[in-house]
Design a protein around this ligand. Structure first.
Ligand code: F6R
Length: 626
C-alpha cells in the first residue's frame, strides 16, 4: 500500500527518503518518487514506475540533493500506474498547459482517497489550475496552492478543511525551503523526532535507523516540521501535546536467511511466532488482554469487561476475517458466548442491531486496515464501547483505539500473503476463548491445564507439519498446471478451507473457491471434473464420517482429491485420491496445524508457476484505503 516519508534536516535527506521507501517496499506499490527542495532549482522531482532501487539510481545520476523533501510509494487507486500519476504531485498555476505553467510552488504526497475530488477539481480548473494526472492527490496540491499566502502551515490547514475522505499528506513549498507540513485523517502518519532534524512517515518502520522517537499523530492533526523544531495543531486548530514514544527499532528489510522468499520464511517461522505469542502465558487470566495505555500496560482492565459482556462481534478483513470465523466455533462451543463474525467493509455500511453488552473484537495483522478501523468506529458510534483487538503491531491505530488488546508476536510480516500472522491470531483467539469461558465460570481447572499444555506443545506440532513440505511440493507440481481448485472443510475447518483457497488465488492466480463440504451437492458439484483438483481438510473429528461421504460424492464424479487427513481417519491414497497424513490429531486447535500445508501448497505452486510470491500482482500489504 502507499507509503510516505518526509524529512527536514541540515544534511542531505535524499538517502533517508530512499531508504525509508525501501523499508515500506514490501507492502506493494506500482510507482515511486521523491521531491526535494534543491536550493538552486527550487523543487526537484524524480518519479518512476520501476522499483525503489531504480529511483535511487536515477537520483544519483541526476545528482539530486536537498535538506528538505518528501517521498512516496504509490499503489494506484485513481488513475493508472504511470509516471504522470506517481507522487509527488506539483501545483501548477495558469499557463498554456501543465508543463508551461508557472513553476511549481507546492509538492505533495498523499495516502488515502479524497471522495470530493471531482467537485474540487472542477472548482480549481475554473480558477485556471492545470492538471497533469488522473489522481485525486493532485487536487490537494492545487488546493493548498490556492490557499497559499506565504505560510504553508496555514495553507495546508485551510485546504484539509475542504477535504472529504481519508488522507495522510506531506507537503513542501518552493518558498519555504526548511519546512515540511503533514496532516492526517483516516490514514496513518507519524512524526519522527531527531536531533536537529525531523521526519514524517506513514509507518515508524520507515524511520528505523534514523530515529526511534516517534509521535503517532491523531485524527485531524496538522504538523509543521523544521530541522530545529516541530509543532502540532489538533483537529480544533489549537496547539496539541502528543506523547513522544520510543519504538523498538526494527527494520522491514529482515534477512531472508536460507529462504528464497519472505512467504516461505514466514511459514517456517510459525513455531517461533507461536512460542513468542504464548511467552509469559502462565495461566488463563483476563489481564492478558488488558489495554495498552499511554505508558505501557496500564490501560483498561479486561476483568470487568469480560464479566459484563454477553455477546461477541468480530470485525476483520481477508485472512484476519477467516481467523475470526474459526474463533466463532471456539467461542460458542467452549465459552458458550453467542458470536457474530462480520467482514468489516460490509458491517460498516449495513443497518445492524447494536447491543451495548457486546465485546467488539477486531483482528488485524497491521492494525491499520482502513475498513476494520472504520467498522470499529462504526460499532463505537452505535454505543458498543467494550472493544478488544487481536493485533500484531502494538503501536498501531487499532491498538490505540481499542480498550483492550492482545498483541500477537508474529514479528514483522513482509510477504503480502499473510501466514504467521494468521496462526498467531488463532492462538490469541483461543486464549481469548478460554479467558471468556473462565470469566463466565465455564472453564473447569482441569480443562484450563489441558488446554495450556496443548498450546505449549503447538510449536513442536507445527515443526512436524512443516516436515511434510516435500509431500506438499509433489501436490504443488500438479496444481501448477491447473486453473481452478476447490477447497472443502467442515465445521471449524471450513474457515481453514477458505484461508487455503485465498492463499492459493493470491500467490498463484489460480481460481480457487472454498465450500463447507456439505454444500457441495447444493451446486458446486457441477464444477467437478478431472481437471478440478479438490482439496479437503479432514481432521479426525465429529464430522469426519459426514466429510467422507462428501469426498465420495467428488470421487463418483471423477474429481481428484487432495486430502489432509489425520491418522485413524481410514482415508487412504489410491486412484484419484492423494493423502497427506497429518502427524498429530490436535482437537480444537487443529486449524493451526491444518492451515500450514495449505500455505505451503500455495507457496510452492506459485514457485512452479513463476509468480512474484512476495508481491503478488495488484495486491498490497496493509490496506490503508477503503
Ligand atoms: C491475505 C491478506 C489480507 C489481509 C487483510 C487484512 O493474505 O494478507 O487478506 O489479511 O488485508 O489485513 P490486516 O490483518 O492487516 O487487517
Amino acid at each position: 500500500m502507499c507509503g510516505i516519508v518526509g524529512a527536514a534536516s541540515h544534511r542531505d535527506i535524499v538517502p533517508i527518503l530512499v531508504q525509508g521507501l525501501s523499508r515500506l517496499e514490501y507492502r506493494g506499490y506500482d510507482s515511486c518518487g521523491l521531491a526535494v527542495h534543491a536550493s538552486a532549482r527550487g523543487l526537484a522531482r524524480t518519479r518512476t514506475t520501476s522499483r525503489v532501487a531504480d529511483l535511487m539510481a536515477q537520483v544519483q545520476s541526476e545528482h539530486v540533493q536537498g535538506l528538505t523533501g518528501i517521498a512516496h510509494t504509490r499503489w494506484a487507486t485513481h488513475g493508472a500506474p504511470v509516471v504522470h500519476n506517481a507522487h509527488p504531485h506539483f501545483s501548477h498555476g495558469t499557463g498554456a498547459d501543465a508543463e508551461t505553467a508557472r513553476p511549481a510552488r507546492v509538492a505533495l504526497v498523499h495516502n488515502g482517497i479524497i471522495e470530493n475530488h471531482e467537485a474540487l477539481r472542477a472548482a480549481l480548473q475554473a480558477r485556471g489550475y492545470l492538471f497533469s494526472s488522473q489522481t485525486d492527490t493532485e487536487v490537494i496540491a492545487h488546493l493548498i496552492d490556492s490557499h497559499y499566502q506565504g505560510d504553508l502551515f496555514e495553507a495546508v490547514t485551510a485546504a484539509v478543511a475542504q477535504l472529504h475522505g481519508a488522507y495522510a499528506i506531506a507537503v513542501i513549498c518552493r518558498d519555504e525551503p526548511q519546512r515540511v507540513v503533514g496532516a492526517r485523517a483516516g490514514s496513518p502518519l507519524v512524526l519522527g523526532v531527531g536531533q536537529g532534524e525531523h521526519f514524517l512517515a506513514s509507518d515508524a518502520m520507515a524511520l528505523a535507523g534514523v530515529t526511534d522517537q516517534i509521535v503517532y499523530l491523531e485524527e485531524g492533526d496538522v504538523v509543521d516540521l523544521q530541522p530545529g523544531r516541530y509543532w502540532i495543531a489538533g483537529r480544533d486548530g489549537r496547539p496539541a501535546e502528543r506523547k513522544v514514544r520510543t519504538v523498538q527499532a526494527h527494520s522491514g528489510a529482515a534477512e531472508l536467511g536460507p529462504y528464497r522468499h519472505y512467504m516461505q520464511k514466514e511459514i517456517f517461522e510459525q513455531p517461533r511466532a507461536i512460542a513468542d505469542t504464548l511467552e509469559g502465558v502462565e495461566g488463563i487470566v483476563p489481564e492478558l488482554f488488558d489495554g495498552i495505555g499511554q505508558d505501557g500496560r496500564t490501560g483498561a482492565s479486561a476483568h470487568r469487561v469480560f464479566q459484563a459482556i454477553d455477546k461477541v462481534l468480530i470485525l476483520a478483513c481477508g485472512t484476519s476475517y477467516y481467523s475470526g470465523c474459526a474463533a466463532k466455533y471456539w467461542l460458542e462451543s467452549v465459552a458458550k458466548i453467542p458470536t457474530q463474525v462480520e467482514i468489516a467493509s460490509e458491517y460498516r455500511y449495513r443497518d445492524s442491531v447494536p447491543d451495548p453488552k457486546t465485546l467488539v473484537v477486531t483482528i488485524s495483522q497491521s492494525g491499520e486496515t482502513a475498513d476494520t478501523l472504520a467498522a470499529l468506529r462504526h460499532a463505537q458510534s452505535l454505543g458498543m464501547h467494550e472493544t478488544l483487538t487481536i493485533c500484531n503491531v502494538a503501536t498501531s491505530a487499532m491498538v490505540r483505539e481499542c480498550k483492550l488488546a492482545y498483541i500477537t508476536r508474529a514479528g514483522v510480516e513482509i510477504g503480502v500473503a499473510s501466514t504467521k500472522a494468521f496462526t498467531t491470531q488463532l492462538a490469541g483467539l483461543f486464549l481469548l476463548t478460554l479467558a471468556l469461558a473462565q470469566a463466565k465460570g465455564r472453564l473447569p481447572e482441569a480443562d484450563e491445564a489441558r488446554w495450556l499444555h496443548e498450546m505449549r506443545h503447538l510449536p513442536v506440532a507445527l515443526q512436524k507439519v512443516l516436515a511434510l513440505e516435500p509431500q506438499v511440493i509433489g501436490w504443488a507440481e500438479q496444481f501448477a498446471r491447473k486453473e481452478n481448485a476447490l477447497f472443502l472443510g467442515r465445521g471449524l475447518h471450513y474457515p481453514i478451507a477458505m484461508e487455503g483457497a485465498l492463499k492459493l488465488k493470491e500467490v498463484t492466480y489460480i481460481h480457487a473457491e472454498a465450500y463447507a463440504a456439505g454444500e457441495l451437492k447444493h451446486g458446486p458439484l457441477a464444477l467437478v471434473t478431472a481437471e478440478m483438483p479438490v482439496v479437503a481438510v479432514a481432521p479426525n473429528d465429529a464430522l469426519l464420517e459426514k466429510l467422507k461421504s462428501n469426498l465420495q460424492e467428488v470421487r463418483a464424479r471423477g474429481g481428484v482429491l487432495y486430502v489432509l487427513a489425520d491418522a485413524d481417519t481410514r482415508i487412504e491414497s489410491g486412484e484419484g485420491m492423494h493423502v497427506i497424513r497429518m502427524p498429530e490429531h490436535y482437537g480444537l486447535l487443529s486449524p493451526l496445524l491444518h492451515v500450514v500445508p495449505l500455505q505451503l501448497l500455495a507457496y510452492h505452486t506459485a514457485g512452479a508457476r513463476g509468480t512474484d510470491v512476495d508481491k503478488p500482482r495488484n495486491l498490497a500489504k496493509s490496506v490503508t484505503v477503503e
